[in-house]
Write a protein that binds this ligand. Sequence first.
Ligand code: PEP
Ligand code: MG
Length: 591
Amino acid sequence: MDTFKAIAASPGIAIGQVFLLNPKRIKTVKRRIGQEQVQKEQERFRQAVLAVEEQLKKLISELPEEIKEHSNILKSHILMLRDKMVHDRCLRLIEKRQVNAEWALELAMDEIQQLFRTVKDTYIRERLEDIGFVVNRVKAVLAGTETRLDLSSIEEPVIIVARNLSPADTLHISKEKVLGFVTELGSRTSHTAILARSLGIPAVVGLDDITSKCLSGEMMIVDGLKGQVVVEPDEQTLSDYRLKHEKYLKYRLEVIHNSNLPAETTDGYRIKVKANMELVEEIPIVIQHGAEGVGLFRTEFLYMTSRTLPTEDQLFFAYKEVVERLKPYPVTIRTLDIGGDKLASGLNCEEEINPALGLRAIRFCLREKGLFRAQLRAILRASVFGDLRLLFPMVSGKHEMVQVKRLLGQIMDELKAEGKPFNKDIKIGIMIEVPTAVLTSDILAKETDFFSIGTNDLIQYSLAIDRVNEAVCHLYEPLHPGVLRMIKMTVDSGHKEGIEVGMCGEMAGEPLYVPILLGMGLDELSMNAMAIPKTKKIIRQSNQEECADFVQELLSLDSARMVREKAIEFFRQNYSPDMETMDLLELGLNI
Ligand code: PEP
Ligand code: MG
């Protein structure tokens, strides 16, 4: 049994078999085993040998006629597989050294090399290479390289272990097939972590080298509450985790049970709590968890999953479905935010050295006007089927809004001329996620109907911390005094112009921050749907005036550490943490 700790990316417990993705990268996993596991490991080795034998026989039978006479080379490989030198040596080493088959193979190879060292005859020495070849084949079978290639081949529910998950991989992530996942890259605000939370799939990310520490088919526990992963758990750990899993499922049921209670503080302050979503499949989760609408509908998905660009009609029907199914609630559709860690497969995006600072979101759309037009037309056409709003990502200043509005005006004229209905008074919002947007929020507030603060990027850009780089994610700090000031400044600028200010970054759904955001005077919090019930519960336990006083105190502090200490103290004093928050509190809430 091996236990690893990394970033708790999505809450919940998953217990199941590992499915290693992209196993080409797999190195030899070395593990000590208990006496009681020796027989099982020896059997695993025998089965791998049999599988290689089958492969070689198949290869021989498929050899083209012209080289059939050379099949002896492959036949000799079969003999080598069975030879005492490799086969029996390996079985013996598993028992004697109590190591897994891969390690035993490596030890066997070392010993054989030692033996051959004294041999002068070149022919015999060359046979060493053949032995190396068969040993590698057995290792590949042991690692599952041969059979497990991509997510579409999953038949039974599994835990996915990968270096990273690409947009194409995420297409196959569904609750039916994926119990949980673990990746080497990523942080709590990387795209795959956000998706995992939206779908309610437990996940741990940023676990260095995990693809070399487990094998396809092995048992694994993913504890997305504590950010813990256990490979080949012993019986006691397994039964402890089965209990924890049951407790968690019960807790989720309770949480959902109260999800429709209002988000109102004890002193009568109402704040809208909405959901972030990006897949149509999420709609039932959004409704079930008590969302008062969708505060952020990410639209990248349709662009990331197809080799060609979606047509205007495809987009229109997708948006229409979302708006109609969520009626009478409002849906805020964000225009394409491609780039950074969200890459489109149908677009010829050039690889950039610094993608987060590259051709992303609104900049990309203002350059690729044809693509932007198609999306805006689709959104406008869908706007007559419900309460639909438009949101523009990565705006850095007024100049971009001037261009966006000009384009929007032209498109409205076109649609009018074509006799296509749309809501001419559609509400237009700006995402505040670039520091200059905060600093010019007084100017931008005059250009828009609402603000939505995207803290995932705002923190990344203001603290200069790459949000998908696990090496620096410990420095990602939503409670940095600079970040708090930026949020306050945006709220004040918006309110001064009489517009609503919401937040749709992951910060909005983290329990510790909710009292602070209430105290800042935000009008709306939008988050992954799973976080809505617990957020509403915290709001119902809060007194907004007290939260506002507390924020004043926080704004006078000069370090993130002090803010965090105070925030934890305030939280412990005023709230009873639920099961998810408890673990995060123990982790120091660096979330
Ligand atoms: C954000 O940056 O906070 C945000 C909500 O947008 P995304 O995570 O899609 O970049
Ligand atoms: Mg963003």
